[in-house]
Design a protein around this ligand. Sequence first.
Ligand SMILES: C[S@@+](CC[C@H](N)C(=O)[O-])C[C@H]1O[C@@H](n2cnc3c(N)ncnc32)[C@H](O)[C@@H]1O
Length: 283
Amino acid sequence: MTDSPGPLQRLVGSEAGADHVPAEVNTEKVSIARIYDFALGGKDNFAVDRAAAAAMTEVVPEAMLLAKANRHFLRQAVRYLVGEAGIRQIVDIGSGLPTAGNVHEIAQEVAPETRVVYVDNDPIVLAHGRALLASNDRTAFLKADLREPEAIFGHPDTERLIDQSEPFAVLLGGILMHLEDEEDPEGVAAGIRDRLPSGGFLLVSNTCDNGEPRAMELSQVFADSGMGTRCFRTWDEQIRYFDGLELVDPGLVPHNEWRVGPDMPEPNSPAHAMHIGGVGRKP
Ligand SMILES: C[S@@+](CC[C@H](N)C(=O)[O-])C[C@H]1O[C@@H](n2cnc3c(N)ncnc32)[C@H](O)[C@@H]1O
């Protein structure tokens, strides 16, 4: 791993100094946000997260590439939403730990007046998010759960920053895949679509069962890792998240096919088909 400590490691002390760890940071249990941080080359992760990542790369050596490609897609999509579609309000649910090229940075680079509400259910994301945003009055960070949308859309910070009667975008990057079938990801997506006014957008990206045996093996590693979920759904299942929306070109596709920028990592890896994303507009 890295030589110098990241913000989380500075916050909790060294891994050996476990008595400095705040109660809400469980360094013994994998965290989706921290594994993702590791995959993106970040420093806010622990041995347990890196072990889970190693198990993934054993099955699919390019597994970490999927996270990087997902992040590339998210950045490109935000550039599209703010730059081309004129969106000025974004709710990013399952935002992950702050990383290079955060949504508000990309959005406010294009249009400084853009407001962003970040949401994640991992308490450490909140701690870092709030530190990152301390000086930005057009952004907020909430600890809330996708499965309790009222806590997100009815939160005072959301109501302060997002006029929900005007077009806004909801980003669900790499999060519906962490809901089990019983948690009704289609119903969750439908509930969010219902909240969007005409001209609003929904972004969705997820791991995908593309028919390759390796995808199912990787899904099993997800389940065994302690992350708790292994929901690699097919394209046919995921397209339903966009019911009633107009899909922005080129549709729901692997990330290396969606308006790719020059920084797409290894654009020709076969593993790309195991992670797909798209953006839909409410007519
Ligand atoms: C794979 S990361 C994706 C980060 C970012 N959205 C992206 O696409 O680059 C998924 C994030 O979703 C969060 N998450 C998972 N389940 C959630 C839930 N039910 N409610 C809120 N956040 C959740 C995790 O803590 C993690 O930070």
